[in-house]
Design a protein around this ligand. Structure first.
Ligand code: CTP
Ligand SMILES: C[C@](O)(CO)[C@H](O)COP(=O)(O)O
Length: 228
């Protein structure tokens, strides 16, 4: 199934502590955002990309698109205060296809195979997300004391891209906006409508580069790919 993509790059990268938007950090000679965009740009099922950026950084992103010959960015949208607001702004400029994949620009290692599986699952279920089973024991705390150990057999660590029927995710964002609800991912806005969200087994290497040590993991993943 073909799809449109919204790629989010309008954050500040505060937890990366790099003194700049982490999207511009180079991995193996290419900026993080370029690596992410290349995956979608190279997927024949991706019809177009909306890139969500801080307006103050737009010309820098435009220069990268030109330098690295990224062809499918059809439109920019302005980032908002929160990730959810950025997604909402991106939804407003979509061309209006049936399926949209919403992806963190900070996740450069997503595989095309998963893009296709997620888009197809969104056709079938309305909403589909990649996730990996939790490997650690998770505990709920009160302050810094354990309150409860959570049974991890039904816990998943959720990733992006998150895939949706466009009409459904538009409704979910509008309803969340009306209710003043803020979620940390887009699927939570669909869940609150009582609509199903399908989980697809993801890849532990589809990491979100968030804190400095994630760059170490990223270099290792890159090295392993070169060896493939
Ligand atoms: N208002 C926001 C916040 C985040 N993002 C994007 O959403 C993705 C996931 O967010 P996160 O990893 O938290 O990135 P930052 O917000 O940049 O990081 P931090 O919270 O450490 O500042 C990133 O690609 C980020 O650029 C966005 O487009 N608009
Ligand atoms: C959307 C997400 O990547 C799913 O795990 C995550 O919720 C983003 O969180 P962030 O704090 O905005 O990076």
């Amino acid at each position: 199934m073909n799809y449109e993509a919204i790629v989010l790059a309008a954050g500040q990268g505060k937890r990366m502590n790099a003194g700049m938007n982490k999207q511009f950090i180079e991995l193996g000679g290419e900026p993080l955002i370029v690596r992410t965009l290349k995956v979608f740009d190279g997927d024949e099922r991706c019809t177009s990309i909306v890139l969500v950026v801080n307006p103050a950084e737009r010309s820098r992103f435009e220069q990268l698109l030109s330098r690295f010959r990224i062809r499918k960015v059809a439109a920019f949208a302005n980032g908002g205060q929160e990730r959810q607001h950025s997604v909402y702004n991106g939804l407003q400029v979509l061309k209006g296809g049936e399926i949209v994949l919403i992806h963190d620009g900070a996740r450069p290692f997503v595989r095309i195979r998963h893009l296709h599986e997620l888009a197809d699952a969104a056709v079938q279920y309305g909403a589909a997300i990649p996730a990996v089973r939790v490997k650690d024991t998770i505990k709920k705390a009160s302050g810094l004391f354990v309150e409860q150990t959570i049974d991890r057999s039904s816990l998943w660590a959720v990733q992006t891209p998150q895939a949706f029927r466009l009409s459904l995710i538009m409704e979910a964002h509008e309803e969340a906006k009306k209710a003043g609800y803020l979620g940390t991912d887009d699927a939570s806005l669909v869940e609150r409508l009582g609509r199903p969200v399908k989980i697809l087994e993801g890849d532990y290497r589809n990491i979100k580069l968030t804190t400095p040590e994630d760059l170490l993991f990223a270099e290792a993943i890159l090295a392993s790919r070169i060896a493939e």
